[in-house]
Every structure is written in C-alpha cells, then in structure tokens.
Design a protein around this ligand. Structure first.
Ligand code: SF4
Ligand code: SF4
Length: 438
C-alpha cells in the first residue's frame, strides 16, 4: 500500500497506450492563435497590433492585475489579426493570430542559459510572472501568486504533483523520466521563494520508472523526498495529495497554505526553472494525444496556439470509429466541439474515445446504493446534494458543503444509475456563489 487519502476509486487507466512514447516535437505550425486569457484571473491586454513582426518568446500582452499573466508568441512571424475565436470549450474570446515566417527566431535574450545565483526572491517572482507561468496540471492558476503566500502563512513544504491520476494522460510521467533535473531545480527554486525547508514529489506507484529516476536525481538533497502514492483517483487533487504526503487536512473552504503547503505540478516546476535559468517564457507545453480512436498515441511538445487538429494529425489521425474527442482526460475533461481550437497553457491531453469504449447511458433514478458516498474524496453526500440541486434547494446544498466539491467526477463514474452528478454540482455551485455575491 502506498500513501493515500480516504475515498476515491481506480478506473481503468489506459496509460499503456502512451506511457512508453518519448516526447516528440512537432514541426512548427504555420499559424498560431494565442488567447489573451489562458489562466484563472483577469485576462491580459494586447500590446501588439496587426502587422507587427514578432519573435518566439516575445510578450504579446501585459497583465491587468496581480492575478493576471501575459502571453508570449510561440513562433516568429507577423500578427495577422486580433479576433474572438473559440477555445476548446467553444467559448469565444480575444486571441492574437500570428502567421509564422518559419524561421523560429527568438526574442532578445530568450532561451539563453544564465547565472541566476544572485537573483533575489522578488526578482524570481517577477520573472515567473513576466514569463506567463500558470499551473500546468490543468488548474491554470498564476504561479507567481501561488508562490506569494501572506507573511503570516509559514510554508514548511512545497509538494510537486507528479501523480497524474487522470486516466490515459502520460505527459507528466514522460517529463519526469526525460527531464528530472529541471523538475528538481524548479522545486528547489520554489522552496527558496516560499521559504519552505522541505520538498516532496508525489508520484503514483504505477509510474515505477519515473519514481526511480526522480529518486536518483533528488538523492543528493537531504530535504527532498519522493512520496509513492497509491494508485487511486483523484490522488492528484491538492487536498488529497497533501493528506497522503503529510496527513494534514486542508479545512473546508481553506487553501494548502493554511496547512503550510504549496502544491504545484511537476510541469510547472520545469517551467519555473526554464523561466529563471533560461529566460524562457511559457510558449510551449507537453500534450498527451491518446485514446483507442487515435492511430499513433504520442506525447507531443507543442507550441501554444497550435490548432489541436494538427496534434491529432501528428499522432496519425483519428480512426473511423471515433466517438468523441475530449480536452483533458476522461474524468475531468470536456468534449470538444471544434478541433481547430488552439493548444492552451492548460492543455494536458487530447483523448480520442472510440465508439466501442464510449457509451452514453440514459440517466436513471437514484437507487440509494451509497456508492457515490463511499468514493467521494471530500466526504460529501453526492446523492442527496444532487437531489437538492434538482429541487433548487440551494441553501440546503450549500450547508451540505457543495463548495468543497472538487468536480473530480468519481461519484458519477461509479453511479450505476448514471446520474449526471457533476453537472448538478456545477449548477449548484454556480447558484450558491450567485447568492453569496448578493
Ligand atoms: S465530484 Fe464532488 S461530490 Fe462527486 S466525488 Fe468528486 S468531490 Fe465528491
Ligand atoms: S451512486 Fe448513484 S444510485 Fe447510488 S446512491 Fe449515489 S446517486 Fe444514487
């Protein structure tokens, strides 16, 4: 048994399709579309105009507040348009569209190794913010904000999340195997910035190669440990990982810093290292393109703004029995309506589900089996919460703790009646928040 939390479930993980695929770099896209908002917080504001020549790593926008970060060009070329285009959820927002000149010319000083030993903590935070780094595990929260806890919140541990419990996704697994040193360097930088004396890297036990490689890369540091976690979804949830690693419980409505912890994805640590050591902003990321309905599953290093259709093509294209394409994994991802939407900073995977493996089942009435209650990692009562939302009893559902729901989908996965539990909770949370804002 590994370290774990209470509740959860282990669905078939489908990782064998891509876990042995080394990271491959795609040819440069001819056109990229870079949305101004790819993070949680205020959208950034464009600082380039149509017709401007830009280079790789050049800022295209500026933040509009503390919880805001810029975006950068992922190709060299010319700004062709600034227009509203749909993201992977079909929601339209402003994006800068750049036609590549094919030269891949870097902006001044970008991607050049430098000595950062004399940088102050404030300079490091500023560099992380200027580099447009947002959480790469999917949460998309600006990293410089996470690394700026208030003075009264003493941080004892930075925990890197290498759990990757979402079925099918293997991008983090590959990154840990292929770039362990940069992840460790990023962790050390995060520890320095937050004042944490200890670092932990949480990895599920189904990634034995990553565990062994990360252990070897970190063994010379006495204050960094690898936490081998039980293979169970959602082990990679922040609160679940903190409990597994340290037995500390984040209180209802609280944050990891309330128990002295900052949690960050392994990909984010890698990006922090690149920002500080190489002056490299976030203009590319690793995306797993996988599923039973793609010809050659791959882990792809893709430029931000590349149309997802090109990643699908690079992975050999869709098979005939395609059922749907999901942005993310099967538990927390969302079905895509348009494959031309671009890769974002939070795009960790593209899952191509076949007709044979993806069935839509009609929702049936609750049979009070209690399975959803036994698996909920937040100790909620999903069956009753869903019924309250159905009857619009939002005060009751608020009291039951609906705001603690992390939308992990474990309850819906195990429900024999196939109730649309997550959709009920999204609606319920929205209504409760509306009431609270009044
Ligand atoms: S989606 Fe919410 S209610 Fe359902 S298991 Fe996850 S945390 Fe619990
Ligand atoms: S798992 Fe589904 S059927 Fe069973 S109690 Fe929960 S909501 Fe009802």
């Amino acid at each position: 048994m590994g370290y774990t939390f209470k509740g959860g479930y282990h669905p078939p993980d489908g990782k064998s399709l891509s876990e042995s695929c080394t990271i491959e770099e795609m040819a440069l896209p001819k056109v990229v579309a870079i949305h101004l908002s790819q993070h949680i917080g205020a959208p950034s504001k464009a600082i380039v105009s149509i017709g401007d020549e830009v280079k790789v790593g050049q800022p295209l926008s500026e933040p509009t507040g503390f919880v805001s970060i810029p975006v950068h060009s992922s190709v060299s070329g010319k700004v062709k348009a600034i227009a509203k285009i749909p993201d992977s959820n079909g929601v339209k927002s402003d994006a800068i569209i750049i036609e590549s000149d094919g030269n891949d010319t870097f902006f001044d000083g970008v991607n050049i190794k430098k000595d950062y030993s004399s940088m102050t903590i404030e300079e490091m935070r500023k560099k992380i913010s200027e580099s447009g780094i947002a959480g790469m595990g999917g949460a998309r929260f600006p990293t410089h904000v996470k690394l700026s806890p208030p003075k009264e919140k003493k941080i004892s541990h930075v925990i890197l999340n290498g759990v990757e419990c979402e079925p099918y996704l293997t991008a983090d697994d590959r990154l840990m195997q292929e770039s362990p040193e940069t992840i460790i360097e990023g962790l050390l930088l995060m520890m320095k910035i937050t004042g944490a004396e200890n670092g932990i890297i949480g990895i599920e036990k189904n990634k034995p190669k990553a565990i062994s490689i990360i252990k070897k890369a970190s063994e010379k540091y006495g204050n960094i440990a690898v936490c081998e976690c039980e293979v169970k979804y959602p082990q990679g949830g922040e609160k679940q990982l903190i409990y597994a690693a340290l037995r500390r419980e984040v209180p209802s409505g609280g944050l990891p810093m309330d128990v002295g912890v900052v949690v960050s994805n392994v990909g984010t640590a890698h990006a922090v290292y690149e920002a500080i050591a190489l002056n490299k902003p976030m203009y590319e990321r690793i995306v797993t393109v996988t599923g039973e309905a793609i010809n050659n599953p791959k882990n792809i290093k893709a430029r931000i703004g590349t149309p997802i259709s090109q990643l699908v093509e690079f992975a050999g294209g869709l098979k005939e029995d395609i059922f749907k394409v999901v942005n993310g994994g099967p538990m927390m991802g969302a079905a895509m309506s348009d494959l031309e939407s671009p890769v974002h900073k939070g795009t960790s995977g593209i899952l191509c589900i076949s007709k044979a493996s993806g069935k839509i089942m009609e929702e049936q009435p609750c049979i009070s089996c209690g399975k959803c209650v036994s698996v909920c990692p937040m100790k909620l009562v999903p069956s009753t919460m869903a019924t309250f939302v159905q009857y619009e009893k939002y005060d009751e559902v608020h009291k039951m703790g609906i705001l603690d729901c992390i939308s992990c989908g474990t309850c819906a996965y195990v429900c024999p009646s196939k109730r649309n539990l997550v959709q009920y909770f999204m609606r319920g949370k929205g209504e409760v928040m509306k009431k609270l804002r009044k």
